[in-house]
Design a protein. Structure first.
Length: 235
């Protein structure tokens, strides 16, 4: 029997919470990933917001499997009532063959989106223009996980359906590693965004490599949740 995206995501969430050294913090991570307030989760569980707060802060004993199951189900139910975007996001990442700790999000657009609009949606600043001025999709990648765990063939799969897209690398300190890694991948994406740093912290040769390979290079330092919310608006 083939399991659907909800069942696969529920198993992942429950496993992470149950095996975590700090399950309350992991509950908070998933709640905020799903953009659910403590009050919203409490209402779905029919408990007071202070109960959710106590679990997340560690003031209550670690939640048992019954509580974990209820929390996971409540978050998934809330997401489905809102349209199921987070469940679909997880399914897109899985269908591309990646774990969610490597690829945070992967999306395709119904039509080409001007790069200026894309950058505005995620609060990015372009440092150098590329050969193309539109993108038709994006992939948000944990740069450390991608570089240390992916083969060159798997790295190429980050493009999804087309290289006409933006690759957004998170957990970046200077940008050297992802930009060097891109040099072995042909063709290059239309745009590369280095998330989590400002332009004055950028690797000295980053702009030169972008010019050589013909892609637009930008930096962004918005919160991850804010950036992912902006990307959802482009779909």
């Amino acid at each position: 029997m083939v399991r659907g995206p909800r069942a696969e995501l529920a198993e992942k969430m429950a496993g992470e919470i149950a095996l975590s050294d700090a399950p309350g913090e992991t509950v908070r991570k998933w709640r905020t990933d799903f953009e659910v307030s403590q009050t919203g989760l409490a209402d779905a569980l029919d408990v007071s917001p202070s109960v959710v707060s106590d679990y997340e802060s560690g003031r209550r004993d670690n939640p048992g499997i019954g509580v974990v199951r209820r929390v996971v189900s409540a978050l998934l139910d809330i997401d489905e009532r809102r349209g199921g975007e987070h469940i679909r996001q997880h399914a897109r990442v899985l269908s591309a063959g990646f774990d969610s700790d490597v690829v945070h999000d992967l999306g395709e657009y119904a039509a080409n989106v001007p790069l200026a609009q894309f950058y505005d949606a995620i609060g990015a600043t372009e440092l150098v223009g590329g050969d193309a001025d539109t993108v038709a999709g994006h992939t948000v990648i944990n740069s450390i996980a991608a570089i240390t765990r992916l083969s060159s063939d798997e790295f190429y799969q980050l493009y999804g359906q087309s290289t006409n897209r933006a690759l957004v690398f998170t957990d970046v300190t200077r940008g050297e590693s992802p930009l060097v890694a891109l040099r072995v991948v042909t063709p290059t994406p239309n745009a590369v965004v280095l998330h989590g740093l400002e332009s004055d912290a950028l690797w000295d040769h980053a702009v030169d490599l972008a010019r050589i390979d013909g892609f637009s290079l930008a930096v962004a330092d918005a919160e991850m949740d804010e950036m992912l919310a902006g990307l959802r608006e482009l779909r």
